[in-house]
Design a protein around this ligand. Structure first.
Ligand code: SF4
Ligand code: SF4
Length: 108
């Protein structure tokens, strides 16, 4: 059963919309009021996670794809990426899931 398997690859995480439960670190989020949409974080996120996307005028992080590796934090010129301890599986709006594996996906 796909629903019972652990989402080890990015493709599986996208299909199942689940985080890898073995990841110890909580995901991070972008404070949109502070973000200047420079895309530096997007380029810093390792492709095997590939969690950051342009979404209209915003830059967003899909928490299920974010391992909490913190590689995007030093890339941000305005320090507006924060840990997201309040993350729940409902955090990412449905339309964010339309971004991976499309022309909008910078990691494929
Ligand atoms: S913490 Fe790591 S996985 Fe999460 S968005 Fe930043 S670079 Fe990507
Ligand atoms: S690096 Fe910071 S300011 Fe630039 S897009 Fe990412 S969150 Fe926004």
């Amino acid at each position: 059963m796909a629903g019972d398997s652990v989402a080890l690859t990015r493709d599986e995480r996208i299909d199942q919309r689940t985080r890898n439960p073995k990841w110890q670190n909580i995901p991070v989020r972008i404070e949109m009021l502070e973000c200047i949409n420079c895309d530096a974080c997007l380029r810093a996120c390792p492709p095997n996670f590939g969690a950051i996307f342009n979404h209209g005028a915003d830059v967003v992080i899909i928490p299920e794809l974010c391992s909490g590796c913190d590689k995007c934090l030093p890339a941000c010129p305005v320090d507006c990426i924060y840990p997201d301890p309040d993350w729940t599986s409902e955090t990412a709006p449905d339309d964010w899931w339309g971004l991976p594996r499309t022309d909008a996906d910078p990691y494929v």
